[in-house]
Design a protein around this ligand. Structure first.
Ligand SMILES: [Zn+2]
Ligand SMILES: [Zn+2]
Length: 298
């Protein structure tokens, strides 16, 4: 599969000269089959969803959008998705089944309808279907997907494990593992849902909103540290870990420094044994900082 990183920023877009290299669009990842021209599966609909339209070669989007949850930075791209908002589009949008039993369309419309926004979900052109997703397996656009709930803050949140039968992508952009306890390093628990989603994955795209040093003061906002993402990758046997969902204030220079700290031999690139990580070897994943526009072949 091919993975397009269309938006890797968390919370709110980050325009400006200091954010150009890693990008300012919020969460969205597009996935295409190896042999397909266009992506058919999209994970999250932050403002990065606008970046999916140019991948469609002028055609409509026909596929599935899976939302991890309904926070603004994961849905605000929806009404600006020109490839999906056209008469010949066919879109299935699925989101976590709400604890209240509220329908998917109604839950989405609470944030997207007048007076908050000029139109509701039903105002999008094309053939849109909105559905609630229970945890567990599903088939979508020729991919096998496993959805599991992960702790976050304020609303039910899923992580996804996507397989094409050949490779596996794990996507956990918003995750607050300290909700379940401090874990071995004080960064949160390495809990079964996270470990199951990431087990042996080819690429783990994970929340790295915080640095370990920020966890004591800021974990209550609902996010994980970059060092936790790396630790999860190591424990789960991931091949690569993409640090993502960057804090909106985290500049390109600061993200460069984060990348250097995880480079083999760098201060944070060492495994729990203290040995430098070796890219491609199970237990010592390659760890890198996700940048908007990145295309990864799995
Ligand atoms: Zn988010
Ligand atoms: Zn969130």
């Amino acid at each position: 599969m091919r993975v397009h990183l269309c938006g890797v920023r968390g919370s709110t877009p980050a325009p400006g000269a200091e954010f150009l290299r890693y990008g300012g669009h919020t969460s969205s990842v597009a996935i295409s089959h190896d042999d397909a021209v266009r992506p058919a599966l999209v994970l999250d609909a932050g403002t990065g969803l606008r970046q999916v339209t140019p991948l469609l070669g002028g055609g409509p989007f026909t596929g599935t959008i899976l939302l991890t949850h309904l926070h603004w930075d994961h849905v605000h791209g929806l009404p600006f998705f020109r490839g999906g908002d056209r008469d010949d589009a066919r879109v299935t949008l699925l989101l976590p089944a709400q604890e209240s039993g509220e329908s998917a369309a109604a839950a989405l419309a609470r944030g997207m309808s007048p007076p908050h926004f000029p139109i509701g979900p039903e105002g999008l052109r094309g053939d849109w279907t909105f559905g609630s997703l229970p945890t567990g397996p599903l088939k979508a656009e020729g991919f096998t997907v496993e959805a599991l709930e992960v702790p976050h803050k304020g609303g039910r949140t899923y992580g996804y494990r996507v397989s094409d039968g050949h490779s596996v992508l794990t996507y956990i952009p918003d995750h607050c593992p300290t909700v379940l306890g401090p874990g071995p390093e004080g960064l949160g628990e390495y809990h079964p849902a996270a470990l199951d989603l990431a087990a042996g994955t080819d690429l783990l795209i994970h929340d790295a909103f915080l640095l370990a040093s920020e966890v004591p003061a800021e974990a209550a906002f609902g996010h994980a540290a970059a060092e936790y993402a790396a630790g999860l990758g190591r424990r789960a046997g991931a091949r690569r870990v993409a640090l993502a969902h960057h804090k909106p204030d985290r500049t390109d220079d600061e993200l460069d420094a984060l990348a250097r700290s995880f480079a083999p031999g760098g201060p944070a690139g060492r495994g729990s044994s203290g040995a430098p990580g070796t890219p491609g070897v199970p237990g010592t994943p390659e760890i890198f900082v996700a940048a908007e526009g990145g295309i990864l072949g799995l």
